[in-house]
Design a protein around this ligand. Structure first.
Ligand SMILES: Nc1nc2c(ncn2[C@@H]2O[C@H](COP(=O)(O)OP(=O)(O)OP(=O)(O)O)[C@@H](O)[C@H]2O)c(=O)[nH]1
Ligand SMILES: [Mg+2]
Length: 233
């Protein structure tokens, strides 16, 4: 009885926190995405970011010098439902903890250490890097079928939602969503979209499609809650 009361108290007084891994090949735009998230959303207990205009945010982002990631970058933000969204205000009671890991080939073997504690994945694709689409595909396949997902389940399939972001859509050479879905990624998209995954077009640098993408991810994290419980902070 005490445990039930204590767990109900925790659920009603603390915020749900979901851990999200940001993965993808080097130079895809993972750290740029993380920096943009920091500019868009307030940190828990921090100052509100609502006053920042879109232009201020883009200027601030472009003035940052972002180096290739060797270890990891983390940040925790308070999610805010954007104006005009169909999401209910109950989603405002959520913290998102992002883990941005280095994407260079030599660093990818370390990613699987984070799988068991993560609730969702953002996989960033450089839509201009056609020469590495196959490598990108193979990398995502390796993530989704990695033994670390579950020790009890023989399938070893991913059990968290995956948001695939076709990034750099602001560049003229970027491959558009339809071509991506019918090209090298066709098998991947049909395999993964049958599960809890979605491929969406974005420009992290120009703030195109970011809020919509995150809102999709949030709904899936909450939907998957009974399978992967959030932390309460
Ligand atoms: N044009 C354009 N450039 C972008 C976009 N997103 C990221 N970039 C650029 O892509 C380059 C690589 O970005 P990073 O964020 O460092 O890439 P990363 O995925 O973190 O790379 P690693 O840390 O090496 O794994 C930088 O020069 C960014 O400015 C975008 O949406 N559009
Ligand atoms: Mg990086």
């Amino acid at each position: 009885m005490f445990h039930l009361a204590s767990s109900l108290y925790t659920q009603y007084t603390k915020r749900e926190q979901y851990n999200i891994l940001i993965l993808g090949l080097d130079n895809a735009g993972k750290t740029t995405f993380l920096e943009h998230i920091k500019l868009l959303y307030a940190s828990p207990g921090g100052t509100e970011k609502a006053g920042n205009s879109d232009i201020d945010t883009k200027i601030a982002l472009k003035s940052k010098r972002i180096l290739p990631t060797v270890g990891q970058n983390t940040t925790t933000v308070k999610f805010e439902v954007s104006e005009g969204s169909n999401l209910s205000s109950s989603y405002n009671n959520i913290n998102l903890k992002f883990w941005d890991l280095g994407g260079q080939q030599s660093l990818r073997s370390m990613w699987s250490r984070y799988y068991r504690s993560c609730h969702g994945i953002v996989f960033v694709i450089d839509s201009t890097d056609t020469a590495r689409f196959q490598e990108c595909y193979d990398t995502l396949m390796e993530i989704t079928h990695n033994p670390s997902w579950s020790e009890d389940d023989d399938t070893h399939n991913v059990n968290v939602p995956i948001l695939m972001m076709a990034n750099k859509q602001d560049l003229p050479e970027a491959v558009d969503l339809v071509s991506l879905k019918t090209g090298v990624f066709i098998q991947l998209v049909s395999e993964l979209e049958a599960t809890d995954s979605k491929l969406l077009p974005v420009s992290v640098l120009e703030n195109q499609g970011l809020r919509e993408s995150l809102e999709w991810l949030i709904t899936r994290l909450v939907y998957n809650k009974s399978n992967k419980m959030p932390e309460y902070k």
